[in-house]
Ligand binder design. Structure first.
Ligand SMILES: [Zn+2]
Length: 260
């Protein structure tokens, strides 16, 4: 029995580690890609549809989270985030030799623009890209190295043990609204042309820096052991919506620029 309990605990730990690590939950990625779809040019839509054999970018939004756990794409497991310690700055942080989210996005853009990829290679680079621009806007994907992007920063969320990374990947979104990804899109993607142009300004590096500044605020306002519930969700809802919106609109900007 003891053995069984121990095995169960190890198995549960593995599941937790898998769920914790990599990104916005599926909802966040679906919302990001669904918003992006609303802002694609006709040319971009057509070329993406050809590369994906008619499938949408929403269809592939979370593919990379599973792919990074396979031997073929194991080398992409550090691409989902860029962690920066409290005593570093965004500019001076020691870069991970295995890659990070900002450089992975830049590399996919360059590869897709090069015209040197086969259709299959383009499809893989595009699946990476539509996922990673989402992760770039997920606040705790720019967390501290020392606590693995908030994975070791324990908090209570509605009375249950969780951590800062996990609540920002999925629990805050799921608590904020019971909407489907398309309802989220319909409700939050209501920007004027001017607002859209403003959000599209910048590049993956400056967008990453904005996310890093948000995560710094989250660390300050979410002490370890904090008991979080309704008021926390209420306090941060607007920021959450803005990050999802920024991710979606900027993903469209990136894709429209590649597929001109
Ligand atoms: Zn991810």
């Amino acid at each position: 029995m003891k053995r069984l309990i121990r095995f169960t605990m190890i198995a549960a730990g593995l599941v937790a580690a898998t769920v914790n690590g990599y990104s916005w939950g599926q909802k966040g990625h679906d919302i990001t890609c669904s918003i992006a779809e609303q802002h694609l040019t006709k040319k971009a839509k057509k070329q993406i549809s050809e590369i994906f054999d008619g499938k949408s970018i929403v269809y592939w939004s979370s593919w990379m989270d599973n792919a990074s756990h396979t031997p073929q794409y194991k080398h992409t497991s550090t691409w989902h985030y860029k962690n920066i310690d409290a005593d570093e700055t965004y500019e001076t942080a020691q870069l991970n030799p295995d890659g990070d989210v900002v450089r992975a996005i830049e590399a996919q853009i360059e590869a897709l623009k090069s015209g040197k990829l086969s259709k299959d290679e383009s499809a893989v680079a595009l699946r990476f890209l539509v996922h990673l621009v989402g992760d770039l806007h997920c606040p705790m994907h720019m967390g501290h190295k020392s606590d693995r992007g908030g994975n070791k920063w324990q908090v209570q969320f509605f009375g249950r043990g969780s951590n800062l990374h996990k609540i920002w990947d999925s629990e805050v979104i799921e608590s904020a609204r019971k909407w489907t990804y398309s309802e989220w899109t319909e409700q939050i993607d209501r920007c004027s042309k001017e607002q859209v142009s403003k959000i599209m300004e910048g590049d993956p590096n400056t967008w990453g820096k904005q996310t890093y500044q948000l995560s710094t605020k989250l660390y300050e306002s979410t002490p370890q052991g904090a008991k979080l519930s309704y008021d926390y969700v209420n306090e941060w809802s607007e920021m959450l919506e803005q990050q999802l919106l920024n991710g979606g609109i900027r993903l469209a900007a990136v894709l429209n620029d590649i597929f001109r």
